[in-house]
Design a protein around this ligand. Structure first.
Ligand code: SF4
Length: 192
């Protein structure tokens, strides 16, 4: 249950929100798309790359790195597997990998904020900065995880829970190009 809630949280805005709502209500298995599979492969390759040189420009090269960290919190009602957690004397830094060259969308920030909340809950240390690693560009975007962002993230989560409870689907995305490789397109009766 908690895992699905976090998946909804990660996509609390826009088209992904609809995907996770659909998944929750239809109770179906998520179909792996080419994009997702490719992302996994790249992630495996990046495990090695990260150890060698990535993130050194942020002064994190000496930090301990933990890949694919499972985090959960009964209190928050969340759980999820974080791609990478970096631990330094200054704090904890969640890193989320993305198979895109585009700048992160708002829903990506919520996802990272959700991980930061889980990291803080699980480790008892602040996680006020995180990174979104853009795999194709081999670049990382620094995200300041402010109290306001975390609060907004929790508010979105409550909204999504309310919609699920009411069996209410959000509107389909106005950006049809996002439907092309959506793993839920076969179930999305608003569009297909
Ligand atoms: S097919 Fe399009 S509208 Fe439907 S869930 Fe996927 S992205 Fe959203």
């Amino acid at each position: 249950m908690a895992e699905r809630v976090f998946e909804r949280l990660t996509a609390s805005e826009g088209y992904q929100g609809k995907r996770y709502q659909l998944r929750s209500i239809i109770q179906m298995e998520k179909k792996a798309t080419y994009k997702m599979e490719r992302g996994k492969l790249e992630e495996a390759r990046l495990d090695q790359l990260e150890r060698r040189r990535k993130l050194r420009k942020y002064g994190l090269g000496e930090g301990k790195r933990f890949f694919h960290v499972w985090l959960s919190s009964e209190r928050l009602g969340l759980s999820g597997k974080l791609d990478l957690l970096i631990e330094t004397s200054q704090g904890l830094f969640p890193v989320d990998f993305k198979w895109t060259s585009a700048e992160p969308h708002r829903n990506h920030l919520f996802r990272l904020a959700g991980y930061a909340l889980l990291v803080e809950e699980n480790h008892g240390r602040p996680a006020s900065t995180g990174f979104i690693h853009l795999i194709p560009k081999e670049d990382a975007v620094v995200i300041e995880i402010t109290e306001a962002l975390k609060k907004e993230c929790l508010t979105k989560l409550d909204e999504i829970r309310r919609m699920i409870s009411n069996e209410q689907l959000p509107d389909p995305t106005p950006f049809r190009n996002r439907c092309v490789d959506c793993e839920y397109r076969n179930y999305c009766r608003d569009i297909f």
